[in-house]
Each structure stands twice: as C-alpha cells, then as structure tokens.
Design a binder for this molecule. Structure first.
Ligand code: GAP
Length: 448
C-alpha cells in the first residue's frame, strides 16, 4: 500500500468511527486544525491519563502543574522565542504558495499556472525571511504594541516561571520534576500529514531539575524511561528509534537532544523529544525578571541554578502513532476485516454488548449489563442492529477489545460469550463475572 493510501485510509476510518474530524468542516475546514470525536476524545484522555499516572502519580519526585496559556510577553523574550522561534519562509512569485526553505526538497513549489508547452517547470522563489511561529493576540480592549501577547508555543515556560513556587509549596528537593499537559500553538508554515503537524496541538511535558554535573546521567535515565513507557502502550519497538540532533538541529536552548521517532507511513518522524536545556531557561528568567531562580541545597546551603532535562511529548502525534501502529487489514474466513488493535487500556470502548437476537428478554439483559458496566466506569457500547458479524466488524474498526454476547445459552445458564478482538477466541463467562473479567485484563496489577 502506498503511504498516501495508508494515511487516507486512516483519516477515513478516523472520521467514520468518530475519532477525528476536520475543524469547522461545514465551512471548508480551518487550516490544519482538527477536532476529536467521541472515540478520539476518549483515546486522547486515556493517553493523557496514562502519561500523568506514570509521570506524576507513580513517582514522588514529580509534581503536576496546570499553567495558563497566556503569559507575560516578557517570558517569550527571556526564553528566546521572540527572537529565535522562526522558520525560514520563502514565497513563490508564480504560484504564490509559501514554503519552508529547509523543506523544499520534500515540498516542492507548485508549477507555473499558465505553463506554455515546452516551458520549464521552474518555480520562482523569492528570498528567504525569518517567520516567527508564535500566534499573536491582544490582552484587553486596546490593540497596540503594549498589549500584545502570545499563545504559548510550548508548555515548558509555564513550568520554569513556577519553578520556585512549586518547589517551595511541594517542599521538593533537587532532583525533582514538574509535569504538565496543555495546549500549544504554532503558526506552522507547512502543516500537514493529518494530525501530525498542526497549528493547535497538545503537549505533555516534564522538566526535571537536577544539580549541574548530574544532567548527563539523568538524560540517559529519561531516555530509557520514556521509551519503556511507549512500549508499554503496545507500540511495536521495531517502529520506534532514537535520533540524536546534530549541531545544526539543536534548538537554541539545548546542549543535547534526542528525538523519539516513529516509522510513519510517510517516513521516520519525531513525536517526542528529550532535551538537555542546561540552566538556559532559568538563567534567562533570572536575568529578565530580576528575580533569583536559584535553588539552595538544604544542609550545605550551596546555591545554584539547576540544569533541566526535558521530556516533551506531542499528544496528538502519539495519538497518530497509536492509530497507525494499531491499524491492520486482515482476512478472516475469506472476508477482509479492518482492525484497530489498540491496547485495551487505551481503547475508547472496552466492551461492546450484543443480544444475539431481539427477543426472549436478551436485549433487556444486555442493557442491564451495560448499566452495570457504566456503574463501574467501564466504557461500553450496546448494539442490537445488523448481523452479529457486522456488529463485530464495526467494533473491530473502532478498536473495542471485547464483545460480550447474550445468546440462547444465556437463557439456560446465565452465561455470555466474550470474543477477543485480536485472537478472535471466544470464552464463556458467567454473566455476573463479566465486570471482574474485564477489570482483571484492564488493570492486571490491581488483581481485578
Ligand atoms: N518544549 C520543547 C518543545 O516544544 P519541540 O520538539 O518543539 O520541543 C515537542 O516539540 C513535541 O511537540 C514534538 O515532538 C511534537 O510531538 C509536538 N509538536 C511540535 N510541533 C507540533 C505541531 N505543529 N503539531 C503537532 N505536534 C507538534
């Protein structure tokens, strides 16, 4: 299958099953902005919950934060974004399209609109200029330079400016981290590849503050830890790799950086970064705000500005990774089936409940099962329409790991079948044991 076909199929499935819709679709869309439908919203929430659980709840050395999107504009001067968060923009005088100069090989300019026969296909590019990617808006009713503010292009700065607030309030000692999940905005010149590169997206970032000199060790630790988490989500390790930034790729704040890349249908691309940001950000905030950003070691009284190891995950990008990695086309008994083999903990719906036939009280019993699962906060879906085969196929596409069916035998012994999405095996389980059966598989550590 060509890369375009795979991405088209993914986007089409995502729309059909309610994962991702084009924003403002009825008006023709809104420039690479996307909305998450019922299943997409659940999947995104599950990703964020699992990240938060691993990064904050399961650790004593990381605190959570939820900083505002709008910040004092001085923050972005200090961080270097006003001056340096730019891409080289070139414009074609013929087709009027705009391109990133450093990506011209991948996104060649359009052709001359009125090309005469035999005329060369050349584009007519102007000089490159630096285009700042930050969205600008105004705070308050007066629209002048003094009221200009930015939509944050990364969540990290909210963490830096709160470093001492969090450290003091949570009584943390270095090394410790601050994590947050939130929206970020970049006015990308060439967004694209579905939800891969968009102008509004979400980041899950963690800044780990360490004593200078211990940063290399912590960098290695976080590289391993982040990869382990991604593999725990069921992503095929063969489709993941690290890519170290060369000197010309490093961001203005970074001493060392590794991307975690996924083998997308359109090639290996980054979806998470691990960066050694040294003391760059805290030092700059100290300089620009005039407030000390030092940490004082208890006991020794030693003062220093900590170094920072950052882990920065794109939530929308990892969602695309998960969809791409889970997408399968298979043949079962001579019929094609499309499956989203999402890890059960990520799957938006955990169980679909079917009455085999619409009689003998089976629909009522199936509905009661749905009530029970709802009461237990296990997302489920009731379906009585169409053949059982069609109902299975719909759930396979939606990524639902288990289908629970009431049939004739249920009337005799109060049991149901549970069909596994991946192995297609069916087991018989007592009706009252279904909730525990599901729990055991969704949360094995808790033992049901
Ligand atoms: N705080 C560091 C930082 O923002 P980055 O490499 O620029 O580093 C981190 O971004 C992650 O944010 C990327 O790995 C990617 O997953 C996500 N990201 C960045 N720009 C994006 C965009 N335009 N659309 C979707 N995700 C994006």
């Amino acid at each position: 299958m060509s890369e375009a076909t795979v991405m088209e199929k993914l986007a089409s499935l995502a729309k059909r099953r309610g994962y991702v819709f084009q924003s403002s679709e009825i008006y023709g869309g809104a420039g690479s902005v996307w909305d998450y439908g019922p299943l997409g919203a659940e999947l995104k929430r599950n990703i964020k919950d699992l990240w938060w659980s691993r990064m904050v709840h399961q650790r004593r050395d990381v605190e959570g934060l939820d900083a505002a999107i709008l910040m004092n504009p001085r923050v972005w001067e200090a961080s270097g974004h006003v001056e340096g968060f730019t891409d080289p923009l070139v414009e074609c005088r013929t087709c009027k399209k705009r391109f990133r100069e450093d990506q011209l090989a991948q996104q060649p300019c359009g052709r001359k609109p009125s090309k005469a026969p035999g005329e060369a296909d050349e584009c007519d590019l102007g000089e490159a200029r630096n285009f700042n990617l930050m969205f600008r808006t105004f705070m308050g009713p007066v629209e002048d330079a003094g009221s200009q503010v930015y939509l944050r292009p990364e969540t990290a700065q909210g963490i830096y400016v709160n470093f001492l607030n969090v450290q003091g309030a949570a009584r943390q000692r270095v090394p410790f981290g601050i994590a947050q999940i939130g929206k970020a905005f970049r006015n990308e010149i060439t967004p694209g590849n579905f939800i891969f590169r968009t102008r509004e997206f979400e980041q899950a970032e963690m800044q780990y503050f360490v004593k200078p000199g211990s940063d290399d060790e912590w960098f290695d630790y976080w590289m391993e830890e982040r990869m382990e988490w991604l593999v725990s989500l069921g992503i095929d390790r063969e489709n993941l790799r690290f890519h170290e930034h060369g000197p010309d790729e490093l961001a203005h704040y970074a001493k060392k950086a590794f991307d975690i890349e996924y083998r997308f249908p359109f090639g290996w691309k980054e979806f998470e970064g691990i960066h050694n940001r040294t003391d760059f950000d805290l030092s700059r905030h100290q300089e620009y705000s005039g407030k000390r950003m030092e940490y004082i070691e208890p006991g020794s009284g030693e003062r220093y500005i900590p170094y920072v190891v950052e882990t920065s995950l794109g939530v929308d990008r990892v969602l695309l990774v998960l969809l791409a990695d889970a997408y399968r086309e298979e043949e079962v008994e001579g019929e094609e089936r499309v499956v989203l083999a999402l890890h059960p903990r990520l799957a938006p719906t955990k169980a679909a409940i079917f009455p085999l036939v619409k009689k003998d009280g089976l629909p009522e019993r199936a509905r009661r099962m749905q009530d029970d699962l709802e009461g237990a906060s296990i997302p489920s879906f009731y379906d009585e329409s169409g053949s059982i085969g069609r109902r299975y196929r719909r759930q396979d596409e939606a990524g639902t790991p288990w289908c629970v069916t009431y049939d004739g035998q249920s009337l005799e012994d109060d049991s149901v079948t549970i069909r596994d999405r991946d192995s297609l095996e069916q087991v018989r389980v007592p009706e009252e044991g279904v909730e525990a059966w599901l729990r055991e598989r969704l949360n094995p550590a808790a033992g049901g």
